[in-house]
Design a protein around this ligand. Structure first.
Ligand code: G3P
Length: 214
């Protein structure tokens, strides 16, 4: 299972890399806006420090504009992956870009048939947003299960990126389902490592060691 970090924050990416937990990065316009810096500079910096796939999102709504942006973004590095929203124009763009050998990540996927269509169009990745489904009382992880079954039924090579992750249980459920990738915010990535019993155990070991030290 690969872990991507879902952020445009350079410090978080660097810390995640040090932890050995960054197989790739996913960004989106909201994450870039949070950084309050020139997004083009942030993107260049991310590309310079990350060797795995980096998802960069287009903002055009029409196929032609999406393809134009995608070609420019993909020239930033071989690891650039172009995030395309799941719309009719988006799917047309994915087909064109896939024929040109440009990697795509179809984003804002909320139901399994959208993922099937993205895979048929040649998407490299699909990103179902599970947290946002949970937010509206719909079982987000259910669509991961369905998409996995559909992709296995037909042998699609499109990889599933479990996105919109809010807590460690989302990562656990994704792993239990055998999802290819989880894209994880930095705060959740850190939570994956810790357990209060680990901290208490260390404290007790050190205290006991102190008591026998000469
Ligand atoms: O990468 C996009 C996705 O993970 C967004 O998450 O928290 O805005 O629903 P969120």
């Amino acid at each position: 299972m690969k872990f991507f970090i879902d952020t445009a924050n350079i410090e978080e990416i660097k810390k995640g890399i040090e932890m050995g937990l960054v197989d790739g990065v996913t960004t989106n316009p909201t994450l870039l806006a949070k950084e309050k810096k020139d997004p083009n500079l942030i993107i260049k910096e991310i590309m310079s420090i990350v060797s795995g796939p980096v998802s960069l999102e287009v903002i055009s709504k029409d196929t032609e504009g999406m393809c134009r942006e995608a070609r420019a973004l993909s020239s930033l590095g071989e690891n650039a992956v172009i995030k395309i929203p799941m719309t009719e124009d988006g799917i047309k763009a994915v087909r064109i870009l896939s024929n040109e050998g440009i990697k795509t990540n179809v984003t804002l996927v909320f139901q399994p048939l959208q993922a099937l269509i993205a895979a048929k169009a040649g998407a490299t990745y699909v990103s179902p947003f599970i947290g946002r489904l949970d937010d509206i009382s719909s079982r987000g992880m259910g669509i991961i299960e369905d998409i996995t079954t559909i992709f296995n039924n037909y042998g699609f090579e499109t990889e599933i990126i479990v996105a919109s992750i809010r807590n460690p249980l989302h990562v656990l459920d994704a792993a239990l389902l055998g999802a290819d990738i989880a894209t994880i915010p930095f705060n959740v990535l850190k939570q994956l490592i810790t357990h209060p019993l680990t901290d208490m155990g260390i404290e007790k070991f050190l205290k006991d060691w102190e008591s026998i030290k000469k």
